[in-house]
Design a protein around this ligand. Structure first.
Ligand code: SAM
Length: 326
């Protein structure tokens, strides 16, 4: 096999692939829903392992990869465009497992014109689907306090007020329209220390989460998986930052987060668990990190669906940040 000549020749290297397959096994003849198809890395490995796959993605640009797998596995692979918040409605029948690989794909990050990255200049867009508000809309139109709260809540950026102040002053002169312009303004606002990650990292994360409603998607997708999977069904979720990982952890084990208190009983009432066999967080090993540095921030969590009826969607106790309260 020839080595790729540059990173762009590799569309997306699937993260924690062996661990995800192990979490979803047994796979032979199983029907698995891949809620974040991307370049099809997980779907392809699942198909190779003998599973039937129904895949979802909100990004129309994944279609070449859909066609590639569709041609190879015409009977066992199906693609449905849409968001994974509705995966139970889109699944078209029962499944044995669900996998979610949350976040941006390498293709999205590497294509400057998508506006996800401050490493390359592009329009300030950040939309995974082709519709809705762009990052430029938020940066240029939100009142200063709301912009600061958003960057604080979704980026965990302590210097959010200083950043929002500089952005609002800059946009009074001319609209902020490119990723490089935004990155420069953020650097101007909070400075840059040698050895630290780029000062715009947290703000870019915050805007991306807001533009794509990523935390709502995650919460809705987790509860949709709970509705779709029946006893013994498996759910594996890979996340890339601490806010998302906390949500998944608390979703699987709510009793460890905020126990439900009853007004009528002196003791704490625990709901019967919707998930069993909840696995400890799995991180990439040294060998994978050498091959794929983007795996560094990935965390896999998985569990098996119990027989307990699905819960209603409930954000309480999941630790979902609310910009309004920052
Ligand atoms: C990290 S990539 C997945 C990569 C994939 N596992 C692979 O091996 O090629 C995430 C993908 O999920 C998609 N995505 C993100 N949020 C989504 C959502 N709420 N609904 C559907 N697709 C989503 C993105 O468009 C992107 O293509």
């Amino acid at each position: 096999m020839t080595e790729p000549t540059s990173y762009r020749d590799v569309p997306h290297v699937p993260v924690l692939l062996a661990e995800v397959l192990a979490a979803l096994a047994p796979l032979q003849g199983a029907r698995i829903l891949d809620g974040t198809f991307g370049a099809g890395g997980y779907s392809e490995a699942l198909l190779e392992a003998g599973a039937n796959v129904v895949a979802i993605d909100r990004d129309p640009r994944v279609l070449p990869h859909v066609e590639r797998l569709g041609a190879r596995y015409p009977d066992r692979f199906q693609f449905v465009p849409g968001t994974f918040s509705e995966l139970d409605a889109l699944a078209d029948g029962a499944v044995d497992g669900v996998v979610l690989d949350i976040g941006v794909s390498s293709m999205q990050l590497d294509e400057a014109e998508r506006g996800f990255s401050f490493m390359q200049d592009g329009p300030l867009d950040m939309r995974m689907s082709a519709d809705g508000e762009t990052a430029a809309d938020l940066v240029n139109n939100l009142p200063e306090a709301e912009l600061a709260n958003l960057i604080y809540a979704f980026g965990e950026e302590r210097k959010s007020r200083r950043i929002a102040h500089v952005l609002v002053a800059a946009r009074a002169e001319a609209p902020i329209t490119t990723t490089a312009q935004l990155a420069r303004l953020i650097e101007k606002a909070i400075g840059r220390k040698p050895g630290d990650s780029h000062p715009a990292t947290r703000s870019f994360q915050a805007l991306r989460i807001a533009v794509n409603g990523e935390l709502d998607q995650l919460v809705e997708g987790l509860f949709a998986s709970e509705r779709l999977l029946t006893e013994g069904g498996r759910l594996a979720v890979v996340t890339f930052h601490s806010i998302e990982d906390r949500i998944v952890k608390r979703f699987f084990a709510p009793e460890k987060a905020e126990p439900v208190q009853s007004r009528h009983l002196p003791m704490t009432v625990r709901e019967a668990a919707s998930w069993g066999d909840v696995q400890k967080a799995v991180k990439a090993g040294e060998a994978e990190l050498r091959r794929n540095p983007r795996a560094r921030s990935a965390t896999l969590r998985s569990a098996i669906r119990s027989a307990v009826p699905a819960r209603a969607v409930n954000y309480q106790g999941l630790g979902v940040p609310e910009p309004g309260r920052a």
